[in-house]
Design a protein around this ligand. Structure first.
Ligand SMILES: N[C@@H](CCC(=O)N[C@@H](CS)C(=O)NCC(=O)O)C(=O)O
Length: 119
């Protein structure tokens, strides 16, 4: 079972690489603002998780420099569990302007959030 999951994971990564989405373009000033705003977001994820790939593809399509944290590494895994409440990926850590931290689970919710905020 572990082997099948590993193979499937590699296939997903390969397909993601071959069919990488095209990024939208912005002028330098707009992109700079986006880059700045993106410093407040981090995606806790696994490399080969299909739901995480879906979110990373959306970020690529929207040309968002989304920082990722590999939740297989114990440091990030612990941070995810302590902050978000469960070991499930993808999870987007959002630092709001007032310093509050929000942990958003569910790939569809994360993609909707990114699209509404940045497209
Ligand atoms: N409906 C969720 C599914 C997420 C999901 O099932 N993630 C798996 C990895 S692919 C997970 O975190 N499982 C818990 C674990 O591996 O400990 C979404 O769309 O984000």
């Amino acid at each position: 079972m572990k082997v099948i999951r590993w193979v499937l994971g590699r296939v997903i990564l390969l397909l993601n690489c071959v069919f990488s989405p095209k990024s939208l373009t912005r002028n330098d000033e707009e992109q700079k603002k986006i880059d700045e705003a993106m410093r407040q977001l981090q995606l806790y994820q696994f490399d080969a998780c299909p739901f995480c790939v879906k979110v990373r593809r959306a970020a690529k399509r929207l040309n968002l420099p989304l920082k990722t944290r590999d939740a297989k590494q114990s440091q990030w895994e612990q941070e995810l569990i302590n902050g978000g409440g469960k070991r499930k990926v993808p999870c987007l850590r959002i630092e709001n302007k007032n310093g509050d931290i929000e942990w958003m689970y569910e790939s569809d919710d994360i993609i909707r959030y990114l699209e509404q905020r940045f497209s």
